[in-house]
Write a protein that binds this ligand. Structure first.
Ligand code: DX5
Ligand code: ZN
Length: 220
């Protein structure tokens, strides 16, 4: 099982973005997480395609686009062209979940499906035959710096069981309130990709990233 830290640039200093991203890449972060918010699916508005386009040139990390966007099928091709390697859409935001996921796969990208804390985990089962990753939100989407919701641990365990039953190799990503002092229990519940915004970009970015990688090495 590969364990990955996916720094969320939502919490970065945008006046130093290229430098800060490089620090995460040089210290082992294989993914870079883009929290795209449209002000409709979530109240906040963050950033979009032009930002991804310019960052793509500055890093070799896997571009992990988390679309907190209403009816995201409208944007999957544009995010592919901007450099996304993985596109995650919200089950709650798709008029046609299957059609959206199939389109992402047809574009040659990895496809992720995310569920909000109030969505029953059973809702993802029928899509396990298509997706490469399930994103379990451990906060209500819309902002960085929130507190981890411990009820996410049981949901991660349930989804890991469903994935094992499916026989497919599917990652579980967790996003929201992931810190150095809770990442072990989230990993032990069955997650393997960890989004962290404030815990990486707050303080010493290189040291924060290195400490996640050290924790993962305890399990490899
Ligand atoms: C919520 C965002 C945040 C962000 C992570 O919509 O998706 O969860 O990525 O922020 P932190 O790591 O600061 O909770
Ligand atoms: Zn996210």
């Amino acid at each position: 099982m590969k364990y990955v830290i996916a720094p969320s640039i939502l919490s970065a200093d945008f006046t130093q973005l290229g430098k800060e991203i490089k620090l995460t890449e040089e210290n082992g972060a294989a993914y870079l997480h883009f929290d795209v918010m449209d002000g409709m699916f979530v109240p906040n508005i963050s950033f979009g395609i032009p930002v991804m386009k310019s960052i793509k040139k500055a890093t070799g990390q896997i571009m992990d686009a988390h679309l907190m966007v209403q009816d995201p099928i409208r944007y999957v091709e544009a995010f592919k062209d901007a450099g996304a390697d993985l596109i995650t859409v919200h089950l709650e935001a798709c008029p046609d979940v299957r059609k959206t996921l199939v389109k992402i796969k047809e574009l040659g990208l990895m496809a992720g499906l995310s569920i909000c804390p109030d969505t029953p985990v059973e809702a993802v089962r029928e899509y396990l035959e298509i997706v490469d990753m399930i994103l379990v939100m451990s906060v209500y989407p819309g902002a960085g710096g929130q507190k981890f919701m411990p009820e996410a641990l049981g949901r991660i365990r349930e989804i890991r069981r469903m994935i094992e039953e499916s026989g497919r190799d599917i990652d579980i990503q967790v996003d929201g309130g992931i810190k150095l002092d809770n990442v072990r229990e989230v990993l032990e519940a069955g997650a393997n990709i960890f989004v962290a915004g404030s815990a990486v970009f707050g303080g010493d970015i290189a040291e924060n990233t290195r400490r996640y990688m050290e924790i993962f090495r305890e399990y490899e």
